[in-house]
Design a protein around this ligand. Sequence first.
Ligand code: GLC
Length: 589
Amino acid sequence: MGIAQAAAPLRLHLGCSGAAPPRPTSLRVGVGFGSHARRKGGRRRSPPRAASSLHPSSNTRAHDHDPALKPPAPAGDVAGRDLNGAADHAPQQRRRAASDLEEEAWALLRESVVSYCGSPVGTIAACDPNDSSPLNYDQVFIRDFVPSGIAFLLKGEYDIVRNFILHTLQLQSWEKTMDCHSPGQGLMPASFKVRVVPLEGDEEGATEEVLDPDFGEAAIGRVAPVDSGLWWIILLRAYGKCSGDLSFHERIDVQTGIKLILKLCLADGFDMFPTLLVTDGSCMMDRRMGIHGHPLEIQSLFYSALLCAREMLTPEDGSADLIRALNNRLMALSFHIREYYWLDKRKLNEIYRYKTEEYSYDAVNKFNIYPDQIPPWLVEWIPPEGGYLIGNLQPAHMDFRFFSLGNLWSIVSSLATTRQSHAILDLVEAKWSDLVAEMPLKICYPALEDQEWKYITGSDPKNTPWSYHNAGSWPTLLWQLTVACIKMNRPEIAARAVEVAERRISADKWPEYYDTKRGRFIGKQARLFQTWSIAGFLVAKLLLENPEKSRILCNNEDEEFANAFNLMADSCSPNRKRGRKAPKKTYIV
Ligand code: GLC
């Protein structure tokens, strides 16, 4: 815990309008389900209906489907789920009426809502009434709230998202320290909690609510949540687009918030690459998983957030430099990722034949990658069609693992080209039994095993092979998969994955993640009633019903960038013809 917060949480009084809010004289966490309410015997979640209480129409779902969307029956499918022992998986009971499932998900999502001073401000990470040690799962996580927020937006319930945006905005300028060191001002917390504390100076025992953020100074491993601010910008744009409240982002405090995040991300450093340099654990994988450096997930969110911010920044004196820096970074970042992170069979063969130790300006093997680091699994795994963006690139190091979120969000944000985006979805289809199997979607593929697991994770017992971040299967990723598929006009892929999830997710009590190569078991330490599993499922369903709404999350390819990119690709190619002109603008890559 940081020195500043060692004694007691500092207090923050926020009003939803940003003006000084009324100071409540007594505790009211009533509507929400923070740990206080639950521990003190507040309202508890009624257990979800058992499979046997299904609506009789539940089995009709199977017949509604276009047979073309049906997944191929995976080997061991039925038997695998029976082995799990967590639920009744008789085939006729698995197909619940979609509306039943959605109704249940909505009820659960609403129960996870956290209120502050009487207004909804977020959703708690997991809401399992039988979990006696929720750790920090009783907090509102910024990244976890995004699918909840999108679900509410799609439902036309805008207030909770607006409140969330404004309250987290106030937390952004919170004084944060870790052993006397303060991170940049624009950092958004990983999570926050509504605490109830005695009202200062009151002798009659009155209490009040305070917001208590965690910027990583209390988080396991003390990791800084780099993705929080990026998601905040993405959600802010989605809120404006969906609610029609287009002047919201023009508020001075909101504009300042955007700029603080941008300044932190665009600050000059020692780095040679346009990608954002971060420590391990700075995003959804918030503990050591060997992703320090320039992980794809952060780059795709960064790119998306830059594009969203560019759309929302109001032109004013002094913002020209910021916009210029932002445009330069966007261009350089897209070039870098599209060129150097892209991997398909042809490119792998090229790397396989790389010469090393090239000292020159136009080296082919710019990052001095030793072909020996190509992992044996990959030469077998890479499909003849399709490809993906690798997980990370550093001098003499390529992380060849497939990371789902980074790849999907590269499609959504147009960080990947159209051809690459289709190829990524081709790969998802070609590798369905590795990436989706019995529960969508693998967070990454493959798992770190044996010595690699030992050294890279530090023998982390939570990240054992094929569990949790180490190639576990995370239902929440369904929503990002759905947005990406809809953007590429291939919604049938997402529909197929949703159908896989529908077979057991409710009966399994909406787990946080699943274990094993094929996602057969509920994760060893997985929380149940994990809110972003519930919300991710709902967003996927809602978007498949109204695909055009996914536009609130997508970024289109910038024409100017596309042209400049082609010219740059030409001019950077070692095979370029002499005398061919480079683009007029100079971009540092
Ligand atoms: C775990 C996940 C993280 C998530 C948090 C709350 O720490 O790794 O991504 O935000 O749980 O659900």
